[in-house]
Design a protein around this ligand. Structure first.
Ligand code: ATP
Ligand code: MG
Length: 404
């Protein structure tokens, strides 16, 4: 079986934009399977076919396909070309022969054929085709037909001049193809939440530019190393991740002089957002993303989230806002980010902040504290000192450039 049939769900609903969404998915599938001897990826009447070359290793292809956002499900399939002008019974003979050849010595106590017509001009309804093909298989194999709970389902999809058949389906990542929903800037700490937040936006079709703030040399380099590892893991889902690494230590030192301790975390976060918004302007991102969750820590009360968010005009998306820690942790484990996130580091935002920060910061107090800081100059300096790194998947390489 030298084909893979990829089905999409949500894109099917996209109306006039559908060809554009599908083209994006086709491109992502090509990139995601690079180097695996996938010979062609082509859209085909509501599904996408991947043609596997002789060197394609199915399990490697499968592992890559599982990562591709926008895929509802996929199956390794056989393809049969037929002449639409020939008699239906000849077409059924042809398809059944191919199915039987691929089934080989497979045994199943019960089975059913499940047929979909992609081209409704085929002169017979699907249940009748199921009886025709199912009948031929039954005759050859002697298996019992069970429509409600078969041990084996033989799927057949009839297009205009070709049919696909397959025996099982793999669940895809779901969501929308990365790139279909525009770009966002994700604030990526070394913690558990923010990588999950970034991934959730990717799955909704966003390309995520990542921004990490660190306090090196006041604190260790550990958080930067974690951010890089996280960026590499996240690249598996968007094929290419760009990570801005922004020094934040100077800003914190300066803030010590004028910002009352209970307000420090809020002020740090507001400055982070302003810097992220500037980066968003450069990369043409339309929103900022954080891993904030209502009530998780003192800076994430509704009051503080409002004061923090008011520092910028861009929308701030918080995809985890209503999730519990356990749910987020489970997702992080699935993603493969959890093991990186739990590596101990020193969080730059706990530097010089009290154990009990304000849980209801007032915007007047925060603005008063900030007015004593050269905020614009600090932002400019941080941006000038930032570096950008690129992470690619499947080709694993990282290019460091000095310029932000
Ligand atoms: P996380 O696990 O994502 O760090 P958290 O529960 O520890 O979340 P906070 O430390 O309060 O929460 O951070 C809230 C959000 O602010 C983070 O999810 C992240 O989006 C952003 N953020 C915090 N620190 C940094 C940092 N050093 N660099 C980039 N973004 C950060
Ligand atoms: Mg954190």
């Amino acid at each position: 079986m030298k084909s893979v049939v990829v089905h999409y769900q949500e894109i099917a609903l996209k109306g006039k934009n559908r060809p554009w969404f599908v083209a994006r998915l086709v491109r992502n599938l090509k990139e995601a399977t690079a180097g695996l001897d996938v010979r062609a990826v082509r859209p085909l009447m509501g599904r996408i076919e991947l043609q596997l070359g002789p060197g394609a290793d199915w399990s490697a292809v499968r592992d890559r396909l599982k990562l591709v956002s926008g895929v509802g499900n996929f199956a390794r399939a056989g393809r049969v070309a037929f002449d639409p002008a020939s008699a239906p019974s000849d077409i059924f003979d042809l398809i059944s022969r191919e199915i039987l050849a691929d089934l080989g010595s497979t045994e199943a106590a019960t089975f059913r054929a499940s047929v979909k017509r992609a081209d409704k001009r085929f002169p017979m309804p699907s249940p009748a085709i199921e009886r025709e093909i199912g009948g031929r298989i039954k005759e050859a194999k002697g298996w019992r037909v069970d429509l409600s709970n078969p041990a084996l389902t033989i799927h057949v999809e009839l297009l205009t001049r070709e049919a696909f058949y397959f025996f099982g389906r793999e669940a895809g990542a779901g969501g929308l193809p990365v790139g279909a929903s525009g770009r966002v800037v994700c604030l990526l700490s070394g913690g558990i939440d923010s990588p999950v937040a970034a991934w959730r936006m990717m799955r909704r079709g966003c390309r995520a530019t990542l921004v990490h703030f660190h306090s090196y040399p006041v604190l260790s380099r550990a958080s930067q190393e974690k951010a890089r590892e996280l960026a590499q893991v996240l690249a598996r889902h968007q094929l290419h991740s760009r990570l801005f690494v922004v020094p934040f230590g100077d800003i914190q030192q300066q803030a010590l002089l004028s910002v009352p301790p209970p307000l420090r975390v809020v002020v740090y976060r507001r400055i982070m957002l302003r810097i992220a918004a500037r980066i968003a302007g450069r990369v043409r991102a339309k929103a900022l993303v954080t891993g904030e969750v209502v009530g998780q820590v003192a800076s994430q009360t509704l009051e503080n989230m409002a004061v923090i968010g008011s520092a910028v005009r861009l929308p701030i998306l918080r995809p985890l806002v209503g999730m519990d820690k356990e749910e987020i942790t489970a997702q992080a484990e699935q993603l493969g980010t959890y093991r990186i996130s739990i590596i101990p580091d020193q969080d730059c935002c706990t530097l010089f902040t009290p154990r009990h920060p304000a849980t209801r910061a007032r915007v007047e107090d925060v603005e008063a504290a900030e007015s004593a800081l050269p905020v614009e100059a600090l932002i400019e300096k941080a941006l000038a000192d930032a570096s950008v790194e690129e992470f690619r998947f499947p080709v694993v390489k990282s290019i460091v450039s000095e310029e932000a």
